[in-house]
Design a protein around this ligand. Structure first.
Ligand code: HEC
Ligand code: HEC
Length: 165
């Protein structure tokens, strides 16, 4: 066989090998309990970046590292923050699905411009009307008092019970 033929065959093999590698883009997630198992990499990335931006944290706020291998272990549930985040995900899905979506249906509007593009209904509910950012506003510990409350007089004592029967 001529050298040029060999080069052509070599090129074809690498093109096919490259294609086989890149078209197998469905990632294998190891430990998803809320997000769908078949969520795409882009979908998962967009959810995770929503989390970091909403809480003003980095990935390692929720994810543990694997010191032996000097890399992150994203599937590990070692950090309590990750477990809390799962509860927060379920809470956000519930708030949106069972409260805000019904309101939108009553008003006959579906405010899709508030939805972040992700793969499934469950995930898009999580990031619809009330999102992590609605409460967190860039902080891990959202404030629960308006700032002016610190300067306001305490509320009056409750009125005595009326006995007019
Ligand atoms: C606020 C907490 C939080 C932050 C911050 C966060 N994640 Fe996650 N991440 C989670 C939770 C919770 C899950 C599991 C979701 C589930 O169970 O469906 C997860 C799952 C993952 C997974 C899937 C692992 C597997 O195979 O099961 C990857 C990959 C991942 N995150 C990457 C990232 C990256 C990269 C960042 C930073 C850009 C990041 N995460 C930031 C909470 C977080
Ligand atoms: C309805 C308001 C609300 C929404 C929506 C919300 N959170 Fe929270 N989150 C809180 C409050 C309140 C706390 C308790 C903060 C504290 O302990 O100071 C908290 C705590 C947390 C914590 C633990 C922080 C720590 O270090 O103790 C994580 C992680 C978290 N939220 C992630 C999320 C993620 C991710 C989302 C979106 C899926 C989300 N939250 C949506 C109100 C909310």
């Amino acid at each position: 066989m001529k050298k040029s033929t060999l080069i052509v065959i070599g090129c074809l093999i690498s093109v096919f090998a490259f294609q086989a590698f890149t078209t197998r883009h469905q990632p294998e997630w190891k430990n998803l309990k809320i997000l769908p198992q078949d969520i795409s990499k882009d979908g998962l990335d967009s959810v995770m970046h929503q989390f970091t931006a909403s809480l003003g944290v980095k990935c390692n706020y929720c994810h543990a590292g694997n010191p032996a291998e000097h890399r992150m272990d994203f599937a590990s549930d070692e950090k309590p923050e990750k477990q809390i985040a799962r509860k927060m995900m379920l809470m956000s899905i519930d708030i949106n699905k069972n409260h805000f979506q019904q309101m939108a249906d009553m008003m006959k509007k579906d405010d899709d411009k508030m939805a972040v593009s992700t793969d499934t209904a469950a995930v898009s509910y999580m990031l619809k009307y009330v999102t992590c950012y609605t409460c967190h506003h860039g902080e891990a510990h959202p404030k629960n008092k308006p700032p002016m409350m610190n300067h306001m007089p305490p509320p009056p004592p409750p009125a005595p019970a009326q006995n007019n029967q």
